[in-house]
Ligand binder design. Structure first.
Ligand SMILES: [Ca+2]
Ligand SMILES: [Ca+2]
Length: 423
């Protein structure tokens, strides 16, 4: 069963209750044309109006889900920067303001200001079946001097595949493209598993140059329980050096039978990660049927999956014993039911959208747009949505302060890049 398969009763629910700002779309089928824009959002009321998948669950604290919409919501203008690109996964801006993008099937491209894409050669072979492929890319903190880039991908291996991280030097050419040189695999998530789901991943450099790597737990019932096992690399956040060694001071470095690269555990499938203004790592995890989670992973902590979750199995049955809260697992700071299906994530600081200063912008695959979370400390105070009528795969704040969103059309196997400015 795939991550996005919805059962018929859920589809029926969506058809009956979908509203312009709570589109619960069946993910394997192109959704009905959205009614986006026909009604104005109402401040003070939650943007999510569909019924939860899990009817009888209670949040651990007020505001943990369905936060109200903010008083100030900007009008957003959208223009298409580039279209008919291969299906993309990730976007980063180079210091020269060009965009470096990864394509799921295993290519990288540089995109210039007029939307022209030119290939970057040297990407290793990837396993692009299912949710696999070439995944995230990150620039080294010293990229301007070193030219080093890091990328994650579903690596074909003996006996299956797994998420791996490689570094390379990006050598730009005079034709608008470039080449990856000195490609080195610095980290391999283990164990290898023969599947096509839940590879994660995101790569985020922290303020000291530490590299956070988020991964998945490979989805199936047999491997997913390894999220709780410290000897397994499934369902973890890792903290590494740029050469893939455990970062000094990692929480399990001195513990027998624990992987020293682990930062936190009990995660499901994390495709969304960003630093906040204080340099702290935040992530958003895919839940199953309900139960997408915002977390701020702290060292050595257990985030519960698959023993503690607000999500249900895709069958509608409880996950495990159906436990939503249990010490000492850490509660999500916020959760969604029904899901948004989180992809990329950015922390907004910029002049274009003063209303969004200090907010997280999260791409929604199922919700087909941006989710904007405003916080006070670690508490989510408001949630707003920016409908884009397309699956949002990655989100970045551009050097101009505009918001850039990678969208994908899986049926066509194409992507576009949208530029969002204030109307
Ligand atoms: Ca990235
Ligand atoms: Ca959790």
């Amino acid at each position: 069963m795939t991550r996005f398969a919805l059962r018929p009763f859920v589809i029926a629910t969506a058809l009956l209750t979908a509203t312009p700002f709570a589109v619960l779309a069946q993910d394997e089928v192109e959704p009905e044309p959205s009614a986006t824009g026909e009604a104005a959002p109402v401040q003070g009321t939650p943007v999510e109006t569909s019924p939860p998948n899990a009817e009888n669950q209670q949040p651990a604290f007020g505001g943990q889900t369905r936060a109200p919409q903010p008083a100030e919501m900007p009008e957003v203008s959208t223009e298409t920067v580039a279209s008919d690109l291969p299906q993309l996964w990730a976007l980063e801006f180079l210091p020269d303001d060009r965009m470096l993008v990864t394509a799921k099937e295993g290519q990288m491209h540089l995109i210039d200001a007029d939307g022209t894409a030119t290939e970057v050669t040297g990407v290793p072979e990837v396993d692009s079946r299912g949710q696999g492929g070439l995944l995230d890319v990150a620039l080294a903190p010293d990229y301007a001097e070193s030219g080093m880039v890091f990328f994650s991908y579903a690596e074909p291996r003996d006996g299956g595949n797994g998420t791996s991280v490689a570094s390379a030097r990006l050598v730009l050419d005079d034709e608008g493209g470039g080449a990856l040189e000195d490609v080195t695999v610095i980290f391999q998530q283990t164990p290898t598993y023969d599947g096509d789901k839940h590879f994660g991943s995101r790569l985020v450099f922290g303020p000291e140059g530490e590299l956070y790597v988020t991964v998945g737990e490979r989805s199936d019932v047999e491997p997913r329980v390894q999220s709780q096992e410290l000897s397994s690399g499934l369902g973890k956040v890792f903290r590494l050096t740029a050469t893939g060694e455990p970062w000094e001071g990692n929480p399990f470095a001195d513990q027998d039978d624990a992987l020293p690269e682990i930062w936190s555990y009990g995660h499901r499938n994390t495709q969304s990660a960003a630093l906040d203004g204080q340099g702290r790592l935040w992530i958003v995890e895919h839940g199953p049927l309900g139960g997408d989670e915002l977390n701020r992973p702290e060292p050595g902590e257990n985030y519960g999956w698959p023993e503690v979750t607000y999500g249900l199995e895709y069958s509608g049955e409880p996950v495990g014993a159906g436990i939503t809260q249990q010490e000492p697992t850490v509660q999500p700071l916020y959760y969604w039911d029904p899901v948004i299906a989180p992809s990329g994530m950015a922390y907004y600081e910029g002049a274009e959208f003063p209303e969004w200063d200090g907010a997280f912008l999260i791409g929604g695959l199922v919700t087909q747009g941006l989710v904007v979370l405003h916080l006070d400390g670690d508490q989510v105070t408001t949630e707003e949505r920016v409908p884009l009528d397309a699956r949002a795969r990655d989100v970045k704040v551009g050097p101009d302060g505009a918001v850039y969103v990678v969208t994908e059309d899986r049926n066509a196997g194409t992507s576009a890049i949208l530029r969002l400015t204030k109307d």
